[in-house]
Structure formats: structure tokens, C-alpha cells
Design a protein around this ligand. Structure first.
Ligand code: ARG
Length: 477
């Protein structure tokens, strides 16, 4: 760039700054307002408006406490609380909209309040900082959104349990290494996902329990020189107690990282369910008939019925895990206490919540609107020598050490494969003709009997799976 161009560029970016108004909350000591570039990177109103209701409630609790403690006149506190309540109602009605050139939602609230009630509004920020304010609103928001997500997960569990009830009679191959392994009830596999989702819910519950302490009173970083009643604001906002250390309070976002970790694990679980659905719906499995409303067609191949919802649920897991990595990377090595970097905590988490909720919901709908085909399950059983383990266990029953039994069945499999047959194509007599130790092995050649022999807690036996299904139905209400 020539020297002239450079100086023009400099003066252009400078003039963008000097023409700007000073900023509401902190402009006092500044001659110039921020440059366009600083505003573009720093302004957060376009996303943190999402926590407006929580910030209004946090502010009201703070104002009420200021009045009760005599830190500001009670009359002013009452005015503030009443006006914040009115703003909340107007936002719900749509007669008030969050918009303007304000830097963030905190500035917007304070400006709007002060425009409406004058000097009383200007007293709201006594004994607090945006650092404890944002930590409070974000925690409140996350606590509430997690309740909604929890309901969505419960909905997916319900859809899985309903299918498990529906298909109790269906035996399918259980896979390991994506190779057919042993027969199992399809319901048993569906309930496996229910267990995973139940742990996901308990992970979120743990996270919320740890997060549920009130930051208000931490101030900018060291606390505030006023006789604040932190227990009162904590109680009013439904927190278990105030946080213990003001510096920790404004510096850490481990609650958000922990939430994203729980969301990532949930997303990974859902992606695995989604992959199973894609396999089941494929022509190769032909096990699941996707409902019209949960499948999509192809623009060129008229016969197609694609599982796009499940594929997207599978794919979007990457994005959720990405947000976890982004936040951890942002936090790593940050000097205590608050740094503006921490503003990066919100957008990723907002997106992770929306994404994971969409994945959970689409999988619940997919399961509700689709039907498993018992006929196809039967076909799947007759390949992959699914009864090999049963035959080995039969020999164990005859007093043969398992390792030798394993070898003997291996030899039978080899013979069957040599004739292009599956173990299930052979009769007990034919197997006994290969190795006389298998005489009387017909009990080992029945898929359902193989399933029902796994009759212990956690096994796939029909009566165990029935009991598990009933137990989940009761728990889900
Ligand atoms: N938007 C900021 C955040 O999310 C609010 C706190 C700003 N604090 C400050 N000292 N600039 O972290």
C-alpha cells in the first residue's frame, strides 16, 4: 500500500470512531466513541438479547435488595422493580422490542429503564457490575433452558419405549464390529438408548446443581463496598446459595463448559441412534419403514425415501462437540479474573442448545412415525451364524470346557460355509454328523430360546426386557 493510501485508510477508520457517540454505560472518560471495527467485534446485543428476561429478573431482585438494605431509597427501588416488570410484560406482548445501538443487553435494559423512570433507573447499577450481572443472567437462562431440553429428551425416551412395547416379539441380530453376533430382542436394543438418555438427563441435572449459585454481589471482581444481602437475591432468583468467591464467580465459565460436555455426549448418543435408524431404513436391512412425514425424496431418483432427519441428527453432533472445544480453548490460559474473551461463552452455547434440541426432537418424531417390519427381522436372522455361541454353550452344558467348545463350533461353521450355508440352515442331526458331541443340540438352534436363556438382570430374555419396558413406562409416566 502506498503511504498516501495508508494514511487515507487510517484517517477513514479514525473518523469512524470520532464521529461516534460515547457509549452509555462507561463513556464518561472517553472523548471519542469506539470505531466501527471495535463495535463490530464487541457488540453483543444481537445475540445476548436472548437472555433479556433473565437479566430483567436478575435486575429486579438486585433492586429490591438494594431498597431493603437501604442502599438506595425504597421508593426508587419500588419504581425500578415495577418498571422492569412492565418491560417484561411488554416484551412478551411485543409492544416493546429489544433493538438499538446499545452495546449489549445490559446497556439496553439500563437505557430503556432510565428513559422511562429517569434518575431512579440510573441507581440500578449501584453495587453491581456487568460481570456479576451477566454471570447471573446466563446461569438463570441455562437453568431454565435445561428444563425444556430435559422434557425433549424425555419425549425421545418415551418414543423409544413405545416402540420397545410395540416390537417386543421381534428378534434381530445384535451386532459387534458391525458383524452379526447373537440374537437379541429389538426392544432390548431400543432400551439401550433409553439408558443412555437417562444418564444424559442426570448429567444435566448434576451440572445445574453445581451451577445453581448466585453470582450477584461479586461485583466486578472483588465484591462490593455496600451492605448487600446476597442470600436474599439468591433466594429470590431460586439459587441454592450465593457463590463463595467473587473472583471465581466472574472469571469462570466451567458451568457452560460442563453443560456443553453433557450436550456433546447427548449429541453423540443421538447420532448413534440416528445411524442405527439409517441402517435399519436401508434396503440392506429393510427393517424400518420410515413414515412419509419423516422421510424426504430425491430430486432425481423417484423411488427414494431418504432418512434426512436422522442423517442430519448424526451430522450435527460434530457442531455441538465443536462448541465445547471452542469454549475450552477460549478459557484456556485466561488470566483471572473477568476478560472480555468470556463473552464468547454465549453464541456457541445458544447454538448447541438449539442444535441438540432439534436432533432430539427429530429422532423422537422419526421413531413415532415409523414402523418396524417383523418379516425382515426374520430374514436378518438367517445369516452370520448367529447361533454359534449357543452351540458352544450347549457343549459347555455337556461338560466340555468353553475353549474346546468354541473350537468345535468353529469347525462346524467352517463346514457350513464350505457348502454356502448358514448354521441356521443345518439340523441338529446334520451338526451331530459333523461332530458327534453335538448330539441333541436342537435346543441350541432356536433364536427365541437363545434370547430367553439370557435371563439375568441386564440380559435380553423376553421376561427381563418386558420388565425393563414396564419399569421405564412407569418412570416416564
Ligand atoms: N457482554 C459481556 C459478556 O458477556 C458482559 C460483561 C461485560 N463486562 C465488561 N467488563 N465489559 O461477558
Amino acid at each position: 500500500m502506498s503511504a498516501r493510501k495508508q494514511s487515507t485508510a487510517r484517517s477513514r477508520s479514525h473518523s469512524r470512531g470520532s464521529g461516534q457517540a460515547k457509549r452509555g454505560l462507561w463513556g464518561g472518560r472517553f472523548g471519542d466513541g469506539p470505531t466501527e471495527s471495535l463495535r463490530r467485534i464487541g457488540d453483543s446485543l444481537h445475540f445476548d438479547r436472548r437472555i433479556v428476561d433473565q437479566d430483567l429478573r436478575g435486575s429486579a431482585a438486585h433492586a429490591r435488595m438494594l431498597g431493603a438494605q437501604g442502599i438506595i431509597p425504597k421508593r426508587d427501588a419500588r419504581k425500578i422493580v415495577a418498571e422492569l416488570g412492565r418491560m417484561r410484560r411488554e416484551l412478551v406482548k411485543g409492544t416493546l422490542v429489544v433493538e438499538g445501538a446499545d452495546e449489549d443487553i445490559h446497556s439496553w435494559i439500563e437505557r430503556t429503564l432510565t428513559e422511562r423512570i429517569g434518575d431512579a433507573g440510573a441507581k440500578l447499577h449501584t453495587a453491581r457490575s456487568r460481570n456479576d450481572q451477566v454471570a447471573t443472567a446466563f446461569r438463570l437462562w441455562l437453568r431454565e433452558e435445561t428444563e425444556t431440553l430435559d422434557l425433549a429428551i424425555a419425549g425421545l425416551m418415551e418414543a423409544l419405549v413405545s416402540q420397545a412395547e410395540e416390537v417386543l416379539g421381534i428378534v434381530v441380530p445384535a451386532y459387534t464390529h458391525l458383524q452379526r453376533g447373537q440374537p437379541t430382542l429389538l426392544s432390548h436394543q431400543l432400551l439401550a438408548y433409553v439408558e443412555m438418555l437417562a444418564r444424559d438427563r442426570s448429567r444435566f441435572a448434576d451440572q445445574v446443581r453445581r451451577m445453581n449459585e448466585c453470582p450477584l454481589g461479586a461485583g466486578a471482581t472483588t465484591g462490593v463496598p455496600y451492605p448487600v444481602d446476597r442470600a436474599a437475591t439468591a433466594t429470590e432468583l431460586g439459587f441454592a446459595r450465593p457463590t463463595a468467591n467473587s473472583m471465581d464467580t466472574v472469571a469462570d465459565r466451567d458451568f457452560a463448559a460442563e453443560w456443553l460436555a453433557a450436550a456433546s455426549i447427548l449429541a453423540v448418543h443421538v447420532s448413534r441412534l440416528a445411524e442405527d435408524v439409517c441402517l435399519w431404513a436401508s434396503s440392506e436391512w429393510n427393517l424400518l419403514e420410515l413414515g412419509d412425514s419423516v422421510s424426504t425424496g430425491s430430486s432425481i431418483m423417484p423411488q427414494k425415501r431418504n432418512p434426512d432427519g436422522a442423517e442430519l441428527a448424526r451430522g450435527k453432533a460434530g457442531r455441538v462437540v465443536g462448541h465445547l472445544m471452542a469454549l475450552l480453548t477460549t478459557m484456556k490460559g485466561l488470566p483471572l479474573t473477568y476478560d472480555r474473551d468470556l463473552q464468547e461463552d454465549k453464541e456457541g452455547l445458544f447454538d448447541a442448545l438449539d442444535t441438540v434440541t432439534a436432533c432430539v426432537d427429530v429422532m423422537a418424531d422419526t421413531l413415532r412415525m415409523s414402523r418396524f417390519r417383523a418379516e425382515s427381522a426374520e430374514d436378518l436372522l438367517h445369516g452370520g451364524h448367529l447361533l454359534a455361541t449357543e452351540l458352544a454353550d450347549f457343549l459347555v452344558g455337556e461338560g466340555i470346557p468353553f475353549r474346546h467348545a468354541h473350537e468345535a463350533v468353529g469347525a462346524v461353521v467352517q463346514v457350513a460355509e464350505g457348502s454356502g450355508l448358514d448354521l441356521s440352515d443345518l439340523t441338529a442331526d446334520e451338526i451331530a454328523a459333523i461332530d458327534a458331541r453335538f448330539t441333541g443340540c436342537e435346543t441350541a438352534l432356536d433364536f427365541r430360546a437363545a434370547v430367553d436363556r439370557r435371563d439375568h438382570k441386564g440380559g435380553t430374555a423376553t421376561r427381563r426386557v418386558k420388565a425393563a419396558t414396564r419399569a421405564w413406562r412407569r418412570r416416564l409416566g
